[in-house]
Ligand binder design. Structure first.
Ligand code: HEC
Ligand code: HEC
Ligand code: HEC
Ligand code: HEC
Length: 385
């Protein structure tokens, strides 16, 4: 072999070795697979340990505020305009305001929901919305225990320290498109985040989370077509889009809720499918009774880009990638104040955006110490002094 040739070979060998090293250095940790059903049924949960660790770091409940004793008079008697938590004592009321600030507007402070110098005023939309949110939270914990169990929810479950929860949805027609034959593609054939980056219909929510959840059922129950199944291929794609959303929202595979032998059979599905069924009914109820009716109250900036509809909830709003929100940690137990919210008979606000203000971009009192805010008020601070 000529010297020249062997040099070339050596060079090639070095290049291959180098590439191998390079690839080895960027190898991802291997996936973890857990068998969750009978052998041979392929019922396995596949998880990426790196992403799992990131999620667990992010989805942590904040430390609870120190508990408080009832005392200091009834909030409804001391303050001017308290409609849903009037039965709390002043100290409990103040603890709740402090907690809500931490859960929803930690950077903006009390004045995200209040007109500075007039805490009793309802002329700001965020306060009007919050009062309804308080009732919704109580409604979820009281009436949807089939889904949320004793774990329950607080404002933090959805808001996680932000005024607008990270995951909300609007009606979505997809990007504008050419006319003619291409005109009706129902937002299909474009990968979208709402359906786990598949190219299924990008808005599987309007149909099931506002209109009629029954129409999820698409699989025929007879061996041969007998003309009684009203669902077509487009309905089926919507169902699959919704199922991608479930998987993405909970960070699980299809087999977390289905035995893939038959996606339709309930008797061979894991019990989690029943939890999910209650979840679907709950989400629809929250949207129809609480979130959609707030549309006239929000400023235009909060409404949907296509239909000017109100921001709504889906599974991801609470779950945020975990099989149980905050991996099952219950914050509710630390906040008995939330259990004493009164749901009004007719709580839908009857004001509209034209009559309401929005919080100032840089509200006075942003970052202000909440204890100081209470110092100027009748009653006592959250720690009772
Ligand atoms: C996320 C919204 C929100 C935040 C943040 C918030 N509040 Fe409130 N606040 C409300 C709502 C809603 C009511 C009315 C409750 C009701 O009707 O039962 C209220 C009522 C009050 C009242 C009663 C006023 C009256 O005379 O009627 C006081 C006092 C008060 N808040 C103080 C505070 C303080 C101090 C902070 C900051 C530590 C704070 N709030 C942060 C939403 C909020
Ligand atoms: C089931 C989820 C959920 C829970 C629980 C929840 N919220 Fe909300 N909240 C939403 C959604 C969805 C919106 C609409 C987002 C928007 O305003 O663009 C919203 C909006 C708001 C806004 C208006 C924000 C803005 O800038 O437009 C406030 C304030 C608020 N919530 C306060 C609360 C408080 C206080 C609680 C607890 C008593 C609470 N929320 C509980 C889902 C939730
Ligand atoms: C969090 C639980 C959950 C996950 C994850 C899930 N599903 Fe479902 N699925 C359900 C529930 C609940 C229903 C029944 C809804 C109803 O009948 O009202 C359902 C229904 C279906 C149906 C329709 C059955 C019928 O009656 O026609 C199909 C098909 C389906 N799922 C496929 C999938 C696929 C594929 C995946 C993975 C991409 C998946 N599912 C992930 C809970 C889940
Ligand atoms: C308002 C917040 C909220 C929303 C919205 C929500 N969930 Fe949940 N979900 C919870 C809570 C809280 C739990 C934990 C219940 C418990 O500890 O018993 C839970 C538990 C579950 C479980 C049981 C998981 C397990 O491992 O035990 C499933 C499955 C589930 N949810 C599916 C869904 C689906 C599907 C949707 C949307 C259709 C949905 N959830 C929407 C709050 C929510």
């Amino acid at each position: 072999m000529s010297n020249h040739m062997s040099k070339r070979l050596l060079g090639a060998a070095a290049a291959i070795a180098g590439t191998t090293l390079l690839l080895a250095a960027c190898e991802f940790p291997s996936m973890e697979t857990e068998q969750v059903g009978y052998r041979g049924t392929g019922m396995e949960e596949v998880k990426n340990p790196r992403r799992e660790a990131e999620k667990r770091d992010r989805l942590q409940a904040p430390e609870p505020l120190p508990p408080t004793q009832p005392g200091g008079g009834r909030a409804g008697d001391v303050y001017e305009n308290v409609q849903v938590v009037g039965d709390l004592s002043i100290t409990e009321f103040n603890r709740l305001m402090t907690a809500m600030t931490e859960w929803v507007s930690p950077e903006q402070g009390c004045n995200y929901c209040h007109i500075p110098d007039n805490l009793a005023s309802d002329d700001i939309y965020t306060k009007v919305v919050s009062r309804r949110m308080m009732e919704m939270t109580k409604h979820i914990n009281d009436n949807w225990s089939d889904h949320v169990g004793d774990t329950g929810v607080t404002c933090y479950t959805c808001h996680a320290g932000q005024p607008v929860p990270e995951y909300v949805w609007f009606k979505d027609d997809g990007p504008p498109q050419a006319g003619g034959m291409a005109a009706s593609r129902a937002g299909q054939n474009i990968a979208s985040a709402s359906v786990g980056y598949s190219s299924l219909p990008r808005d599987p929510f309007s149909a099931f989370f506002v209109d009629e959840p029954e129409s999820i059922r698409v699989i025929p129950t007879t061996a041969l077509p007998d003309g009684t199944n009203p669902r077509n291929i487009m309905d089926t794609e919507k169902t699959y889009g919704l199922m991608m959303h479930f998987s993405e929202s909970l960070g699980v595979n299809c087999t977390y809720c289905h035995n893939s032998r038959s996606f339709v059979a309930w008797e061979s599905s894991p019990p989690t499918r029943e939890n999910a069924w209650h979840g679907i009914q709950m989400v629809r109820d929250l949207n129809v009774d609480y979130l959609v009716p707030l549309e006239p109250v929000y400023p235009e900036s909060q409404l949907g880009p296509h239909h000017r509809d109100a921001p709504k909830t889906n599974c991801q709003t609470c779950h945020q990638g975990a099989n149980q929100p905050l991996y099952g940690v219950s914050m509710l137990a630390d906040y008995p104040e939330l259990d004493r919210i009164r749901i009004r008979d007719n709580g839908v606000p009857d004001v509209t955006r034209d009559e309401l203000e929005a919080p100032a971009a840089e509200p006075d009192g942003a970052g202000e110490d909440p204890e100081q805010m209470f110092d100027e008020l009748p009653g006592e601070g959250p720690d009772g002094n």
